[in-house]
Design a protein around this ligand. Structure first.
Ligand SMILES: C[S@@+](CC[C@H](N)C(=O)[O-])C[C@H]1O[C@@H](n2cnc3c(N)ncnc32)[C@H](O)[C@@H]1O
Ligand SMILES: *[C@@H]1O[C@H](CO)[C@@H](O)[C@H](O)[C@H]1NC(C)=O
Ligand SMILES: *[C@@H]1O[C@H](CO)[C@@H](O)[C@H](O)[C@H]1NC(C)=O
Ligand SMILES: *[C@@H]1O[C@H](CO)[C@@H](O)[C@H](O)[C@H]1NC(C)=O
Ligand SMILES: *[C@@H]1O[C@H](CO)[C@@H](O)[C@H](O)[C@H]1NC(C)=O
Length: 300
């Protein structure tokens, strides 16, 4: 006879009651935790949108983080300038007959302002890469493009410099130092002023504007096979824009090419540019090489 049956004869019954009670409690708790009631009442800080987002992330197609990596070989560097003139400018240089009297009245001979546009990294990389085609994403008034053009000329190179910019600036840019840049019927005179600046600096044979969005332009270049050997990224600085620009542009680089960009160290860009650069480098197994306020990534 065991101590159990003799001293506590009712234990098996008690255990049965307790375990079913426990099952009930656990079941009820699980139901409660999974219920909308819990989500609405306890997790009040979590909005219905956030919960929708979570469901969305679980089913994200991989395409959303996949960028083209097989851009066409397409166009020899020496033909890139003519290709752009033919296919983007209907065969007529944007500098031809420029400025018209009307445009001259709306712009200044020279109105250049950039950010870190004279940094030593430009000359260092141009010297190192000896680029045939340079791509700039984000040109504004052409300060950095003009600096690169000047260095290209000084080094006796003949690089084609493509400057992608929608030439709209960004919402609110006029409120600061650029109210003198005229606006007419909703169009700000950034492209004509860019052209005037390049013309003033005698760099029209090297520098061409590409007046479209960065993503659209880069996709087009990938498709037709414009493969720069030096790419500078300095367009919008929020994370998602920088992420798109960096991913899409890197695929364009010709073998041995180098990509670099501004605002790696600005505190305000920690969550934008730097996060995008670091994440991209990590995914690709690349090392970020800082240079002043710039970041550099090389092809492997
Ligand atoms: C910081 S400025 C470029 C400054 C220039 N690199 C310099 O230092 O002289 C950024 C430029 O990117 C352009 N930009 C921003 N987002 C763009 C986009 N998605 N497509 C085309 N241009 C864009 C703006 O119009 C603006 O002129
Ligand atoms: C890249 O590869 C994809 C899928 O294999 C193909 O559909 C696309 O046409 C290719 N693009 C180029 C530019 O070769
Ligand atoms: C520079 O390159 C362009 C094409 O990109 C060409 O038309 C021009 O003749 C070249 N100039 C010199 C001096 O080599
Ligand atoms: C532009 O202005 C100049 C000088 O004011 C004038 O001689 C010329 O005829 C004008 N051109 C046009 C197309 O109006
Ligand atoms: C551009 O060329 C003209 C004509 O040769 C010259 O007078 C002018 O000084 C040059 N401008 C610059 C900024 O080099």
């Amino acid at each position: 006879m065991s101590w159990r049956s003799s001293s506590v004869p009712a234990t098996p019954l008690l255990l049965l009651i307790t375990s079913s009670g426990l099952t009930f409690v656990i079941g009820a708790l699980t139901f409660f935790l999974l219920s909308d009631f819990y989500h609405h009442s306890v997790l009040v800080h979590e909005s219905p949108h956030q919960r929708l987002d979570e469901r969305f992330y679980r089913v994200l197609p991989v395409d959303l983080i996949k960028f083209p990596s097989n851009c066409s070989e397409g166009i020899p560097a020496s033909d890139v300038r003519d290709f752009i003139l033919d296919n983007i400018f209907d065969g007529t240089s944007p500098y031809e007959g420029f400025p018209s009297n009307e445009t001259a009245g709306l712009t200044r001979k020279k109105r250049i302002k950039g950010w870190g546009a004279q940094a030593p990294v430009f000359e260092r990389l141009i010297q190192e890469v000896q680029p045939k085609v340079i791509l700039e994403l984000g040109s504004f008034l052409g300060a950095s493009a003009i600096h690169m053009g000047t260095k290209v000329r000084q080094l006796g190179l003949n690089s084609t410099i493509l400057c992608v910019d929608d030439f709209r600036g960004w919402p609110g840019f006029r409120a600061k130092k650029f109210t003198d840049i005229r606006q007419q019927h909703g169009s700000v005179m950034l492209l004509p002023q860019f052209l005037r600046n390049v013309q003033f600096m005698n760099l029209t044979d090297l520098i061409l504007p590409i007046p479209f969005s960065t993503m659209g332009s880069v996709s087009y270049f990938c498709q037709v096979g414009i493969r720069p050997d030096l790419i500078e990224v300095d367009a919008a600085h929020d994370f998602h824009s920088a992420w798109l620009d960096i991913n899409a542009a890197y695929a364009l680089l010709s073998p041995g090419g180098v990509m670099f960009g501004h605002d790696y160290f600005n505190r305000v860009n920690e969550e934008g540019v730097r996060r995008a650069v670091d994440l991209f480098a990590k995914l690709k197994g690349l090392r970020v090489e800082p240079d002043g306020k710039h970041w550099i990534l090389r092809t492997v």
